[in-house]
Write a protein that binds this ligand. Structure first.
Ligand SMILES: *Cc1c(COP(=O)(O)O)cnc(C)c1O
Length: 388
């Protein structure tokens, strides 16, 4: 049987995969069993932040895997401790909890917020407010947090204690805070799966000051927007604000599973011994990978992310078949005249991998995508959008 046939027979039917079987790659280029070359404008949904098999990343991972691949969290290891230090130094947060995915990073953020609210305001202050159209993960709790009813349908009952608000409406947040006992507001500064929707600068500022006044914690879900994606280390930095808790994952380790929940001074000691845990969390190989990724995300790379984001906007704006280009840095959404699936399928046929998010074509290329490949991919995307 072919890879596709085996997969279709034995892997759960949760993914409607594109008809490609990838075998290997380098940087922003992937190769399939069809013998074709593909330019990667999706980076495994914003995960392979330095591209496929970046030399330095491979070296960091290989060196670690040959020394020690796992110890459990009963013991100390260097990559985990160094990574926590580096994340805190870059953000000002005081403590980090490591897990394996975005959903788990959010679960931890929610646990911290609920315990803090219980300690400070009382155990009935458990409501977490998230926004309509948000995406926070697929576990039963992060699904409850996700403000998209279509994901909830077949999986009731979900974890209670989540309320969804319309983005950009402070009045709605006020009404919710008057009706429910709220522990935290949780937002994505740019909604990713919801269609690359950046939140308004003033709205985010008002949300934060409302939260501060009412002793409500702020959680920013940086699973997709984090680790350089928007041209800043974390997307909240574009707003000049500091949340109480930040979760991240996707691009953090450049292609190995790692989630991180960062805690500000206020909540740094909320979790104590035995309150939370993860067998794989903080795995030395994943942390060594993340340490390498972070070593590459410097001011130079961040300004290149911003510059390449501008190139994408400039190249695609005003093109036939393209209505609008939105996003920040290398997190881009394109509103097209043709259906997004037609555009993405045509791009695939022409050797360019794109993503979708709701009604938009979404691009999340590697942060270090070379400019010549970027222009080559944009030419194909333009062509696909312009078709009738
Ligand atoms: C992808 C994503 C998640 C879920 O991450 P997983 O690693 O799939 O659990 C959560 N929040 C946001 C904003 C995401 O983009």
């Amino acid at each position: 049987m072919s890879i596709t046939e085996l997969d279709k027979q034995y892997v759960a039917n949760t993914y409607n995969r594109f008809p490609v079987e990838f075998t290997h790659g380098k940087g922003s280029v992937l190769y399939g069993t069809d013998g074709k070359k593909y330019i990667d404008m999706g980076a495994g949904i914003g995960v392979t932040s330095l591209g496929i098999c970046d030399d330095g990343w491979v070296k960091a991972v290989t060196e670690q895997v040959m020394k020690l691949q796992h110890t459990s969290n009963l013991y100390y290891t260097e990559p985990c401790a160094l990574l926590a230090e580096e994340l805190c130094k870059r953000t000002g947060f005081k403590k980090v909890f490591f897990s394996n995915s975005g959903a788990e990073a959010n679960e931890c953020a929610i646990k911290v917020a609920r315990k803090y609210a219980a300690m400070v305001k009382g155990s009935d202050y458990s409501t977490v407010v998230t926004l309509n159209n948000s995406f926070h993960g697929r576990t039963l709790t992060t699904l409850a947090a996700t403000g998209q009813p279509k994901f909830h349908e077949d999986f009731q009952p979900l974890t209670p204690g989540f309320v969804h608000a319309t983005a950009e409406s402070i009045y709605e947040l006020e009404a919710i805070a008057a009706k429910y006992k709220v522990a935290a507001f949780m937002i994505e500064c740019i909604q990713g799966e919801g269609g690359v929707v950046p939140l308004d600068y003033d709205y985010v500022h008002e949300l934060f000051s409302f939260a501060e006044y009412h002793k409500i914690l702020t959680i920013v879900d940086e699973v997709q927007t984090g680790n350089g994606r928007t041209g800043k280390m974390y997307s909240y930095m574009n707003y000049g604000l500091t949340p109480d808790i930040v979760s991240t994952a996707k691009g953090l380790a450049g292609g190995l599973p790692l989630g991180a929940t960062m805690m500000s001074e206020k909540v740094q000691n909320v979790l104590g011994y035995g309150d939370h845990g993860s067998t794989f969390g903080g795995n030395p190989v994943c942390c060594a990978a993340a340490n390498y990724v972070l070593s590459q995300i410097d001011d130079k790379l961040l300004s290149e992310v911003t510059e390449k984001g501008e190139i994408i906007k400039k190249e695609l704006t005003g093109v036939k078949g393209i209505v609008k280009v939105v996003g920040l840095g290398l997190m881009v959404g394109i509103i097209t005249v043709r259906s997004v699936s037609d555009v993405v399928n045509d791009c695939l046929k022409k050797g360019v991998l794109c993503l979708t998010a709701h009604d938009k074509v979404r691009l999340l290329p590697a942060l270090n995508i070379p400019k010549d490949l970027l222009y080559e991919a944009l030419a194909v995307i333009k062509e696909a959008c312009a078709e009738e």
